[in-house]
Design a protein around this ligand. Structure first.
Ligand SMILES: [Zn+2]
Ligand SMILES: [Zn+2]
Length: 315
């Protein structure tokens, strides 16, 4: 007695050629390359792959590589979930009888760990305000996944975490930056002169995807209000015929000479170090005791060797 012929079942395999990294940013795209193959050399290109699991948002279809009979490599792009922790997807071969034969195929499981985005923060344009006066600093924040951060707040805190001010990041990233968003934060200097430290914090609260907070520290010097004017004439001996653009510092106060080599600095009374410097001059320095309006002359010698990089570092 003959029975109706049942086609034999083929065994197909799914192999992960390219998987996700062990940890990926929340909401980021994940690229997989899956190889489907039948030992009998069936063309599995017509058999779609089905993806199940966390936010299985797939882009792309299996595409058969013609040069390998019976092998079909598919590129699949998934989106990682927003929720942190482990994420997994299952890839199955769909369609029971590709190439006219039933295929048995074990599903492929793909796992990764979803992590929050890293953020980084920087502070610049920190002035030396007079004690008790208003000043501002500029804060920049960046996300590792280049999220749009505009409209979110960066806060300035004391050492102990007390809120002092905040700035709202601009709607658009700085031009030619890699997603750096900038804010201006208005602050008030303490009522004493001295050096103070502040914390700047971005916690990413209110962003759609989870972010690790970022924190930076900056310091600034608050100054006594100036009481006297010191007029400094810098006299470079030797070759130089340019007298302007010489940086003159008197303690924490600074300015530059005019074309006559003269700088006027408003300072508080007390003992200060007077320094004159330009890239082509050796730094000249003397201590002075300021008790009232003063005029003085400072000699400066040409520099023996000019090093532009070193010049930029000199503070
Ligand atoms: Zn087959
Ligand atoms: Zn982000």
């Amino acid at each position: 007695v003959s029975r109706p012929a049942t086609p034999p079942t083929h065994v197909a395999t799914l192999e992960l050629l390219e998987g996700p990294p062990p940890a990926i940013d929340a909401g980021a795209e994940v690229r997989l390359v899956v190889r489907a193959a039948c030992v009998h050399g069936c063309d599995l290109g017509a058999a779609p792959l089905v993806i199940e699991g966390d936010d299985a948002d797939t882009v792309g279809r299996p595409t058969c590589r013609a040069e390998h009979a019976g092998i079909c490599d598919a590129q699949i792009v998934l989106r990682a979930p927003a929720a942190l922790g482990s994420a997994s997807w299952t890839v199955r071969l769909a369609g029971h009888e590709p190439a006219g034969f039933p295929h048995e195929c074990a599903p492929l499981r793909v796992e990764t760990d979803v992590v929050p985005h890293r953020t980084s923060i920087a502070v610049w344009q920190v002035p030396s305000p007079l004690k008790g006066s208003a000043f501002s600093v500029r804060v920049g924040v960046e996300c590792s996944a280049r999220c749009r951060l505009g409209g979110h707040a960066a806060r300035v805190l004391t050492d102990s975490g007390e809120w002092l001010g905040e700035g709202i990041l601009a709607g658009d990233a700085l031009p030619e930056s890699d997603g750096l968003y900038e804010a201006e934060v208005s602050l008030v200097a303490p009522d004493q002169a001295g050096v103070f430290f502040r914390r700047v914090r971005f916690d990413g609260r209110g962003l759609g995807l989870p972010h690790e907070p970022a924190e930076a520290t900056f310091s600034f010097r608050s100054l006594e209000p100036p009481e006297c004017t010191v007029t400094v004439r810098v006299v470079p001996d030797g070759s130089t015929d340019r007298l302007d653009g010489i940086e003159v510092r008197l303690g924490p106060y600074r300015t530059e000479t005019d074309e006559r080599g003269v700088a006027r600095i408003e300072v508080s009374k007390g003992r200060h170090e007077l320094t004159a410097w330009r890239i082509d001059l050796d730094p000249a320095s003397i201590p002075i005791d300021v008790t009232g309006d003063t005029e003085l002359t400072l000699a400066a010698a040409p520099r023996r060797r000019i090093d532009a990089d070193e010049g930029r570092e000199w503070m």
